[in-house]
Design a protein around this ligand. Structure first.
Ligand code: T1G
Length: 709
């Protein structure tokens, strides 16, 4: 009651309000149970750090207390340092100091980990002398995904706990380990069955029976280097995470853990952490962390989502099959409909082959695959859709066909069923006009392969209802997609902005495809734009352009490729030639063809600095992004970045085209856009005139007013 009264009545005690304190008396002695309590993920805000710091001092001075158990509230141990504090600067006590004090405790400290222990959260656990975990627990050091590294001793303590070799992958992949694997690697000492109370009781009993803490302290000696092969790991991560600075810095810290005393290693960690923290990559990655959470929120949407138990997929082609897999993997009952029996059988066999590969690669067990497949029901009659909560149409990109099918869906599907089209850019409202329920019609635009790519663009038509939007957003969340609500314009957001990249223009100016792609891939794109065209297929738009008879001077090379039947990977040759494994290499016949087109149009081959190539490729994308915002086709500038990162693999550590534009500086962007002969966006001009920053209130208000217009 003493503590409670002090916590209730404020002062330094109130700061302890983010750490609960319980003194538990047992027959073997008294244990202090500290619970981090900072909704939603017990992030290590200043309040938590002060609470821990104060209580560890209090416990050390309290002769009645024999040991400490540290845990977290809300089903989480701790989600790490409070990322939102990074922008405003972190005040003391510093996390590293708090952890060092815990580790120095003469009284045993046991971490009782229930739920996730991530980043600084797991570093806190490393400062404890033992780590007991529930079966629900996960441990990880995901700082690399934020462009930084574990900066509170994790790069020094983890190698001293599990060895340098295992530490590299834990920190450079940044993926959390579930309890069994975490225990196997050594991140947990024991996994305790039962609920949270059982874990706490087991931890209390264990804490009172622990051997002396001295040999359990990790902040001493050096790390075991057996099998570390750190030089090879540097190369491995330079390939796995090309262009990213953090993985290389992490390996530098692990090298220090192997070769140097703890305090010297901590100095290396601090230096490397500060270098990363002040760099552009960390800023962009932390921006993207919040952006991919923000995009899932629709301002002013108070409608509740309808129930989502079953999903109908119309069309068993590549997209339909991928969407079916995604739905079944996330617990939905799936009705996969195709009126063409051969298509349906082919679609099902592709799905089964995909899962057979997953079992071979051990990414899924046979049992998991059987459970997933049991949820997919192939059929050929529309009646089978009558009980679905949502139906996603994924047939050929033809408006007449889609309108015909939506009229049939309208007749068969139950009232309130969401009728979604996976169209990649056709007018949602025109599709809706084929039904009696336009308020139930929305676009659900997946990216291929739908069971792999994270982005889902939900496309609202002017008549799409609130409940339909809420249900489609809940659908995306259920499928673990990064879900963005976007406006009903041609190409929506990702395809629209990336579709105006200046690749054709740069090519027509006499720059070789391999130079264009090399610049884009050096910038961090997974695949350069012309390799991308070879993947998508040069016949995709070649046929349309040929039919239209419209000659676009910037497309003459593309037209020549199409005429020469060089469609890209599908025909074994396009801008490059491809082997059986679809590996690309330069193709003299392609280059001769390009050379011919250039000389016919009076163009001389030329080289262009990579920075200039990037500006020519992607400043048109930025300008189009501003046009989307001024037309009310996106809710926020960061949504456009999310669409490019998760739909087109724009490098996360660059933050996306809009973030990049503000980093370059809008006046420069505007000037170069005009120099390129493009029509600058009115919003871009206004932002330059009013000197708006990316998070300017007025800028965001201007965008929101366009969205709600
Ligand atoms: N700091 C601040 N806010 C956080 C946060 C964090 N670490 N983690 C989550 N949030 C917010 C998030 O923005 C969202 O807010 C809400 O919590 C729910 O998150 C010194 C320096 C923990 C697995 O990288 O991986 O420690 O949108 O939607 O799906 O070495 O959040 O509701 O307003 O993601 O249940 C390292 C990041 C930090 C973990 C929960 N830690 N977080 O997933 O919920 S750096 C991380 C996550 C560090 C040290 C270094 C996930 C989660 P809002 P959510 P979720």
């Amino acid at each position: 009651s003493k503590h409670l009264s002090r916590v209730l009545f404020g002062g330094i005690q109130a700061m302890k309000g983010q750490v609960q304190y319980e003194k538990r008396k047992t027959k073997d002695g008294c244990v202090a149970i500290l619970t981090m309590d900072n909704k939603p993920v017990n992030a290590l805000s200043q309040g938590v750090r002060v609470g821990l710091d104060q209580y560890f001092k209090e416990v050390a001075a309290d002769s009645e207390v024999k040991a400490v158990v540290l845990t977290g509230a809300h089903g989480v141990f701790c989600g790490g340092a409070d990322i939102s504090e990074f922008a405003t600067g972190v005040e003391g006590p510093m996390l590293g100091e708090v952890i060092a004090a815990m580790e120095a405790s003469e009284k045993p400290v046991v971490a009782a980990i229930d739920g996730v222990a991530l980043g600084g959260g797991y570093e806190v656990a490393l400062g404890c002398h033992y780590r007991l975990a529930s079966q629900r627990a996960q441990a990880g050091l995901p700082e690399v995904n934020l462009g930084i590294l574990p900066g509170a001793g994790g790069t020094q303590r983890l190698p001293r706990l599990v060895g340098a070799a295992k530490s590299v992958d834990v920190m450079c992949r940044g993926a959390p380990l579930k309890a069994p694997k975490a225990a196997e690697v050594g991140l947990f000492d024991r996994v305790i069955e039962g609920d949270h109370a059982a874990l706490i009781q087991a931890s209390v009993d264990f804490a009172l029976s622990m051997p002396p803490v001295a040999e359990r302290r990790l902040g001493r000696g050096t790390a075991d280097a057996a099998d570390a092969a750190l030089a090879a790991k540097r190369q491995e991560y330079a390939k796995l995470r090309p262009g990213e600075a953090a993985p290389q810095a992490i390996i530098t810290c692990i090298e220090a853990a192997v070769k140097q005393e703890f305090k010297d290693g901590m100095r290396v960690e601090f230096q490397e952490f500060c270098k990363l923290m002040t760099g552009a990559q960390a800023q962009a990655l932390q921006y993207m962390f919040f952006a991919e959470r923000q995009c899932q929120k629709v301002p002013g949407l108070d409608a509740k989502p309808r129930a989502l138990q079953s999903c109908g997929i119309l069309g068993a082609g590549l997209m339909g099959g991928g969407i079916a897999m995604c739905c079944a993997e996330n617990g939905l009952k799936v009705v996969l409909l195709d009126v063409d029996q051969k298509n349906l059988e082919r679609g099902m066999s592709v799905i089964k082959k995909n899962y057979a590969r997953s079992v071979e690669r051990k990414s899924k067990s046979q049992a998991q695959v059987e459970t997933i497949l049991s949820k997919i029901h192939p059929c050929s009659n529309y009646e089978a859709l009558s009980e679905c909560d949502i139906v996603v149409e994924a047939v050929f990109e033809n408006m007449d066909l889609k309108k015909k099918l939506f009229a049939q869906l309208d007749a068969v599907c139950k009232p309130g069923c969401v009728l979604a089209s996976n169209t990649s850019g056709l007018d949602i409202d025109q599709i809706a006009s084929a039904t009696q329920r336009p308020e139930d019609v929305i676009g659900c635009h997946f990216f291929s392969p739908a069971n792999v790519m994270k982005l889902l663009e939900n496309v609202r038509g002017p008549r799409t209802g609130g409940e339909t939007i809420a249900t489609a957003m809940a659908f995306g969340k259920k499928l673990k997609k990064v879900t963005c609500l976007v406006g009903n314009c041609g190409g929506f957001i990702a395809n629209r902005v990336m579709g105006v990249s200046g690749a054709a223009k740069v090519l027509q100016e006499g720059v070789w495809p391999q130079d264009i792609d090399a610049a884009a891939e050096a910038y961090g794109m997974r695949m350069g734009p012309l390799r991308m065209w070879d993947l998508v297929g040069l016949d995709l738009f070649g046929r349309e352009r040929e039919k239209s008879g419209v000659l676009n001077p910037e497309q003459v090379v593309f037209d020549a490729m199409y005429k020469a039947q060089r469609f890209g990977q599908k025909s074994g040759k396009g801008f490059y030639q491809y082997d059986q494994q679809r590996r690309h290499q330069r193709d003299p016949s392609a280059e001769a063809l390009i050379q011919q087109v250039w000389s016919n149009t009076g163009v001389q081959p030329k080289t262009m600095p990579q920075e200039e190539i990037i500006e020519n490729l992607y400043l048109p994308v930025v300008n189009e992004g501003f046009k989307c915002l001024e037309e009310g086709m996106a809710i926020r500038a960061s949504d456009i970045d999310v669409c490019c990162v998760f739909g087109y693999n724009w490098p996360r550590y660059r933050g996306g085209p809009m973030k990049w534009a503000f980093t370059v500086g809008l006046p420069t962007v505007l000037q170069k856009v005009e120099q390129m002969g493009l029509t600058p966006s009115e919003l871009l001009k206004e932002a330059v005139a009013k000197k708006w920053k990316m998070n300017s209130k007025d800028f965001n208000a201007r965008i929101l007013s366009a969205w709600t217009a």
